[in-house]
Design a protein around this ligand. Structure first.
Ligand SMILES: Nc1nc2c(c(=O)[nH]1)N[C@H]1C(S)=C(S)[C@@H](COP(=O)(O)OP(=O)(O)OC[C@H]3O[C@@H](n4cnc5c(=O)[nH]c(N)nc54)[C@H](O)[C@@H]3O)O[C@H]1N2
Ligand SMILES: Nc1nc2c(c(=O)[nH]1)N[C@H]1C(S)=C(S)[C@@H](COP(=O)(O)OP(=O)(O)OC[C@H]3O[C@@H](n4cnc5c(=O)[nH]c(N)nc54)[C@H](O)[C@@H]3O)O[C@H]1N2
Ligand SMILES: [Mo]
Length: 773
């Protein structure tokens, strides 16, 4: 039976004293005394280490403390002195550990010793590094490379990622699914078609000159908190910030910089000047509404021969498809836009007016856009909005997908991709004298399908918690034992490690904050942030255990144990000195990584050149493209008993890593099994605060997917939508329920039915106040 969460109305701003308290509490929990020490002072500094949490930009002139509450949590979590030793594994079978929560598993501390699964005892046993590498190499050589998947979670450095993809391609596979396949793959599919680059165009300095900022579907308070600093500065300059989100997210409302004593006493800054509680999945309709106002305003001035509203010169010189898009907007019906977006035409007019008044506009977005069935089209709709007034490729303007993991964008840049067209295969062939496979590799969803069918036989995970992050958890966990080989390179114990294949290895590695000493001395690594800036990062802490290897060392050892020697690659020399790996990256991508070693510690990072930023459009027609959506706007669900479930992150987690069970900004304490629901829907369904329910997916494919004992929390969320937490709810997502075109699981709109649990209640339901709406 689950512990009940305490529900309270949180009405303080984001940041502030509560942030400081949360940092102190995680430091104590992890037994890390770092507040007074050097470590946090080195976070996100040019001579320090780059945070292992989110991928937000690192300023050239950092603040004295360039970290946020969640960055401090991530640091404490990694440099904890708690360890998981062979003795721990001797005491627990995997069957027992599978009953532990995600929090309990990672809370045990850092993995210290390579381990091999022993079926007879159902336990992990210690193994020598050399023995493990030899056994894994032999297994890989027995498997067909097409049946092997090499997953990457977005934390590994550019150096490790480059080595990993090279190893995989020399072995013979293009199966490089990445956490990005569940995240911003929608961006990587949408943006190349319309602006010719797979990443955002905005630089940090654009926030200093922008005239207006749009936000679609991102919970900045929790997921990129340092971004609140430039936002706060913009807000203080009077820059309008317009947010579209079905929930009222705290940090998008008010923010207090906890490191600024003046603000701490003054109550903080209002961040969003306009906040629109769009219907879940209603953004495309909302943006069409805004564009319709812009086009109509332009039609009007055109008649009067006044100054045009749209940027005619830009549109003529740089774009294609404007007339079709304008015609599409003119013919859209206001009643339908209102129904599909959940917003009134008056509200959309207000947003359009603000947009038209600004000389330069930035549009940001997150998972609220990418993790939807029509995410790719919605993403392109954001570009349409920007193109109308030339808001791409000029100072203060641009599109900004806010990336997740700290190097997820960079991994794609250096060849971690299942899509061959994104990888310079000819160049790799030329540099290393081998013939890389040319077939299309498996994305995350494809890999899951392959595992379910039994076609995928081997899985190597460079970080991450695959089984917990992917959809369709029940079927996936059962199918996993059919794998011949499962190898997990990790820092902390998680659920994926507890579901063994026939041959299973758990390989512990150094974290980024630890000093990585190799033959030539202490090494640095590098990563790319959300604004295409590359940063060097140096470990600061003595490693938590003696026998840990670095990620590059593990990848090199696996390569050596698997591949025939190749005179063009000296893996040992690369491990001895990572600057040689950076030279190799530069040889492979000479334009992108010019003078890589010399520039990697430039304050603020060095920006990779990006064609779209220069208004050079690498699209098939050489233009920036307006697009008209193929799909009609989804009308809201009728009251047929089905709800749209969106799965969200709480303040106390980093993806499947659960630091603490609770979500301060949404007023939840001591639990995660909750469902946020509109009070009117609760009344309609005869539910009251604290009732527990079972969610059952409405899929119609004969597979039963359900999750019980979720506690109802009344919340300011649109009718017929409910919200609950990822990863607990992943059991509810059908594998085939993904974004068209990008295959990103549609984790923000899962059709479910609610059934009241008849289980006895654990604690009397308290009076849960309805959150501000
Ligand atoms: N502390 C911390 N930081 C993180 C992470 C973490 O777990 N913890 N995860 C990292 C990763 S990998 C990623 S990808 C990012 C994720 O960062 P976010 O993109 O913020 O991801 P979510 O928490 O899933 O929240 C999505 C937001 O979209 C809103 N939303 C849902 N549906 C819709 C919709 O239809 N329209 C609109 N407009 N909004 C909608 C939700 O209300 C929520 O505010 O954060 C990264 N940073
Ligand atoms: N329902 C639902 N599902 C989702 C999402 C959602 O919003 N809703 N979001 C999706 C998104 S955006 C993402 S990015 C994925 C995340 O999916 P993943 O990236 O696979 O998951 P994480 O939870 O980030 O992985 C955590 C594990 O990484 C390991 N780790 C941490 N640091 C290191 C390191 O330095 N090196 C190595 N080798 N290992 C390390 C630790 O063992 C830890 O347990 O989940 C996706 N799944
Ligand atoms: Mo992500």
């Amino acid at each position: 039976m689950r512990q009940k969460a305490k529900v309270e109305n949180y009405d303080a701003p984001a940041g502030g004293w509560s942030s400081l308290k949360a940092v102190a509490s995680i430091l104590t929990q992890e037994e890390v005394a770092i507040l007074g020490s050097e470590i946090l002072l080195k976070q996100n500094k040019p001579d320090g280490f780059m945070c292992v949490s989110c991928s937000w930009a690192k300023p050239a002139k950092p603040r004295p403390f360039e970290f946020c509450e969640n960055g401090a949590k991530a640091t404490a979590w990694e440099i904890t002195r708690k360890t998981v030793t062979p003795e721990f594994f001797a005491q627990h079978t995997l069957a027992e550990l599978r009953t532990w929560s995600d929090h309990q598993l990672e809370e045990q501390g850092r993995l210290t010793t390579p381990m091999r699964y022993d079926r007879a005892s159902d336990k992990y046993l210690p193994v020598d590094w050399e023995e493990a590498f030899a056994a894994i190499g032999a297994e890989l050589n027995r498997l067909d490379p097409r049946s092997v998947v090499m997953y990457t979670s977005g934390r590994a450095s550019l150096e490790t990622s480059y080595m990993y993809q090279l190893f995989g391609r020399m072995y013979g596979t293009n199966n490089f699914p990445d956490s990005s396949n569940m995240c911003h793959e929608t961006t990587s599919v949408a943006l190349p078609e319309v602006i010719g680059v797979p990443v955002g165009t905005v630089l940090l300095e654009d926030f200093e000159t922008t005239g207006c900022i749009f936000f679609f579907g991102h919970n900045t308070t929790t997921n990129a908190p340092r971004m609140l600093h430039p936002l706060q500065e913009a807000a203080q300059r009077g820059v309008p910030i317009i947010s579209f989100n079905p929930l009222r997210e705290r940090g998008l409302e008010r923010f207090v910089n906890p490191q600024n004593p003046v603000q701490m006493s003054a109550g903080g800054t209002r961040i969003s000047s306009q906040y629109y509680q769009v219907r879940v999945g209603g953004d495309a309709a909302a943006i069409v509404g805004i564009c319709k106002w812009v086009i109509e305003a332009d039609d009007l001035v055109r008649k009067n021969e006044a100054a045009r509203v749209v940027d005619v010169e830009f549109i003529q010189q740089h774009t294609a498809g404007f007339e079709e898009f304008a015609a599409f907007c003119r013919t859209q019906d206001w009643d339908e836009i209102e129904r599909a977006s959940g917003l009134s035409r008056g509200a959309l007019r207000e947003a359009a007016n603000t947009y038209m008044e600004a000389k330069a506009v930035i549009a940001n977005y997150g998972m609220g856009i990418t993790q939807h069935k029509h995410g790719v089209e919605t993403n392109k709709m954001i570009v349409n909005l920007l193109l109308l007034r030339g808001n791409i490729g000029k100072p203060g303007a641009g599109i900004l997908p806010i990336r997740g993991h700290s190097n997820v964008q960079g991994q794609r840049t250096v060849g971690i991709s299942e899509k061959t067209k994104l990888v310079p295969l000819d160049k790799l062939a030329e540099l290393y004298g081998f013939e890389p496979p040319r077939w299309e590799g498996l994305s995350t969803v494809d890999a899951c399908q392959g595992i379910l069918k039994g076609d995928v036989r081997g899985f190597v995970g460079l970080g991450g918690n695959f089984l917990r992050a992917v959809p369709e958890r029940s079927l996936m966990e059962s199918a996993w034992s059919g794998l011949r080989l499962s190898v997990q390179i990790a820092t902390k114990l998680n659920r994926t490690h507890l579901v063994p294949g026939e041959v299973t290895y758990l390989l512990p590695c150094l974290g980024r904050i630890e000093i990585d000493r190799q033959a030539s001395g202490a090494q640095a690594v590098s990563m790319e942030d959300s604004t295409t800036c590359i940063h060097g990062s140096r470990g600061q802490r003595k490693p938590v255990a003696d026998h840990l290897l670095s990620e590059p060392a593990i990848v090199a050892a696996l390569a050596k144990a698997t591949l025939k020697p190749n005179p063009k690659i000296d893996w040992d020399a690369w491990v001895a000195d990572y600057s040689r790996v950076r030279d190799a990256i530069e040889r492979t991508y000479p334009d992108q990584f010019k003078d890589f070693n010399a520039r990697m510690f430039e304050p603020g990072g060095f920006a990779r050149p990006l064609a779209a930023r220069e208004r050079n459009w690498k699209t098939p027609n050489g233009k920036a493209n307006f697009t008209v959506p193929n799909s009609a706007f989804a009308p809201p669900r009728e009251t047929d008993g089905v709800y749209e479930l969106m799965t969200l992150r709480a303040d106390g987690q980093f993806n499947t890593t659960i630091y603490a069970e609770g979500d301060r900004f949404r007023g939840i304490e001591g639990g995660r099994y909750v469902v946020f629901m509109n009070p009117a829907d609760m009344e309609g369904d005869g539910l009251k605060a604290g009732d527990t329910v079972t969610l059952v997916t409405e899929a119609g494919d004969g597979v039963e997917r359900s999750l019980s004992e979720l506690q109802i929390v009344p919340y300011g969320i649109p009718r017929r939508s409910i919200a609950a937490y990822y990863p607990e709810c992943n059991v509810l997502i059908p594998l085939w329920h993904y974004a068209e075109g990008s295959k990103v699981p549609a984790a923000k709109s899962i059709p479910v039915r609610l059934f009241k649990d008849i289980l006895p209640e654990i604690v009397e339901a308290g009076e849960a106040p309805i959150s501000a709406s």
